[in-house]
Design a protein around this ligand. Structure first.
Ligand SMILES: *[C@@H]1O[C@H](CO)[C@@H](O)[C@H](O)[C@H]1NC(C)=O
Ligand SMILES: *[C@@H]1O[C@H](CO)[C@@H](O)[C@H](O)[C@H]1NC(C)=O
Ligand SMILES: *[C@@H]1O[C@H](CO)[C@@H](O)[C@H](O)[C@H]1NC(C)=O
Length: 446
């Protein structure tokens, strides 16, 4: 597998201001878009942002759902259906990541949904989701997000479409249909399982994918879950300042990983090394725009539509149930910001250096490290290698996939005495075997 990839990385931000004011349209056909999401709260903001754009410019064709992180299949599909119904968009296809099955020799069974991260897919879905454990089940976690704190049922109008177990179109089928139909841009704002499996299974369809935009990873991020402001009162508890990742309930064990990469590191590796141009919007960028008190208050006074009310309600609930009292410095615009950058670049006609109205861009060679050093040591944690004569997917025995793989959140391997965790699985790293940043190009801030 080739390791060199150019990525476009968004590194910093020039916030807000003239959204939409200097729009100029790409001539001709609207941009066809496929969105892969794990339907967390900020994914809903991102989805609504996308749906509010001019449909003659941006044509959202399909939504595929990763049900392996913040939400479960049935809830997530219904949530998306109802949001689409509210927005008058029952035409948009919705596919769900379903049962996975990858044989021991690496053969991927057709039409696999990708229910589990790739490393955990055996003949069925009996794995125990080592990575998902970074997401709490109870308060503030999966069960709250599944129903968007109950707001789906209590606020959204209900359309005709409903989740139908076993008959629900799979993410794989929807991807095949929409990607084979013509040039398309893929936006990934959750873990990469669905899309990685699609790429591994359908290399002949890669030619139709114009560009991939990803919210994920932390390259040089410094403020993953909020640092105390300089003049903070003593009650402010510093969290994870200066590290790269954002596993906020698990960062002492793994200070490096970012949720979307951590959700399925090997899938992220596949996507980043697919050969398709990728623009990454990592924590480095998203974490410079917290939802401040000023933003929140301004939003509260500007709820002029039903969908704005829905967003505000959801945001307020996210604030009121936030895991600490640092919401205004640690809740960031992750996914919606990503969609903003992606659509701004598309609207500008996809300029070479990714000029857009929100962020500065930089070219970098990066990769995703999916296991920990020492590589090549078989310790029973790594299903790609351990006990197999030929590693899955023909991976190399001494490469970045062949070391210890985090077995769970409280993996003893990850903890060092008196220190922070050492597990690095799934951080995005600068690829150091090459020269570091040979070329960096900055769009001038607007
Ligand atoms: C949407 O885009 C189309 C095509 O560029 C343009 O003709 C139309 O005026 C736009 N509509 C709005 C409301 O901006
Ligand atoms: C998985 O399926 C293969 C082929 O059908 C079979 O040989 C193997 O024993 C199965 N492995 C497990 C763990 O069930
Ligand atoms: C990325 O790596 C390739 C191959 O080594 C190199 O030619 C290129 O200049 C590098 N690009 C950047 C931006 O570092």
């Amino acid at each position: 597998m080739s390791i060199q990839r150019y990525l476009h990385i968004c590194i910093g931000i020039v916030m807000m201001g003239t959204m939409g004011a200097d729009m100029y349209c790409v001539k001709g056909q609207p941009q066809r878009i496929l969105l892969d999401t794990d339907v967390d709260t900020d994914d809903l903001f991102a989805l609504l942002y996308l749906l509010k754009l001019n449909r003659s410019e941006f044509d959202l064709q399909a939504i595929t759902i990763n049900t392996n992180a913040w939400t479960d299949a049935g809830h997530a599909v219904n949530q998306v259906y109802d949001v689409l119904y509210m927005m008058g968009r029952d035409d948009i296809a919705v596919g769900v990541g379903g049962e996975g099955a990858i044989l021991e020799d690496g053969t991927i069974i057709q039409n696999v949904g990708g229910y589990l991260p790739i490393i955990e897919q055996g003949n069925g879905t009996a794995g125990y989701c080592r990575y998902r454990q970074a997401i709490p089940v109870g308060p503030g976690g999966r069960l709250d997000i599944d129903t968007n704190y109950g707001f789906r049922k209590s606020f959204l109008p209900q359309g005709r479409r409903k989740y139908s177990p076993l008959r629900q179109p799979t993410a794989q089928q929807v991807m095949i249909d929409k990607i084979s139909a013509g040039p398309i841009t893929v936006l990934i704002i959750g873990a990469h399982t669905n899309f990685a499996i699609f790429l591994m299974n359908n290399p002949h369809l890669k030619k139709n994918i114009e560009h991939i935009y990803v919210m994920g990873g932390g390259v040089r991020s410094k403020n993953p879950t909020g640092c105390c402001p300089r003049k903070a009162i003593s009650a402010c508890q510093t969290r994870q300042c200066g590290n790269r990742g954002n596993l906020f309930t698990a960062y002492t064990y793994n200070p490096y990983a970012e949720f979307n990469m951590f959700g399925d590191p090997f899938a992220a590796y596949q996507v980043i090394h697919s050969g398709i141009p990728v623009t990454l919007i990592p924590l480095d960028a998203t974490n410079t725009i917290p939802i401040t008190r000023e933003f929140f208050d301004a939003f509260e006074k500007n709820q002029h539509t039903y969908d704005a009310q829905y967003c505000f309600m959801s945001l307020k609930m996210a604030r009121d149930t936030w895991f600490d009292d640092q919401f205004y410095t640690s809740y960031f615009m992750w996914d919606s910001f990503t969609i903003g950058i992606a659509t701004s670049i598309m609207r500008n006609g996809k300029p070479q250096n990714g000029e857009n109205e929100f962020a500065e861009m930089e070219y970098m060679n990066i990769t995703v490290i999916t296991s920990n050093k020492p590589y090549q040591i078989s310790d029973g944690s790594n299903p790609f290698f351990d006990g197999l004569k030929v590693p899955k997917f023909n991976l190399k025995r001494n490469g970045v996939h062949s070391g210890h793989v985090q077995t769970g959140i409280r993996d003893p391997f990850c903890l060092v005495k008196n220190g922070k965790g050492r597990c690095k699985v799934s951080t995005c790293l600068l690829f150091v075997a090459n020269e570091k940043y040979v070329f960096s190009s900055f769009a001038s801030p607007r």
